[in-house]
Design a protein. Structure first.
Length: 63
């Protein structure tokens, strides 16, 4: 590690190294744990994209 700007104290460098080491040692979250339910995914995929423009607020109430 190299300090490019400033003059940190040894305590500040030790705190930085501790935070970086703790972050590197933290377990990675399991893939797929924050997946949306099938119901939420269904509605997300069936919605039509929003197209702004004149009169679109009126058209938004009609399917």
């Amino acid at each position: 590690m190299k300090v490019l700007k400033g003059n940190p104290t040894p305590e500040e460098l030790a705190a930085l190294v501790t935070v970086i080491a703790a972050r590197a040692a933290a377990p990675q979250p399991a893939p797929g744990t924050d997946r949306a339910s099938n119901w939420a995914t269904y509605w997300r995929n069936t919605r039509t994209p929003f197209h702004p423009g004149p009169g679109q607020w009126r058209a938004s109430a009609h399917p």
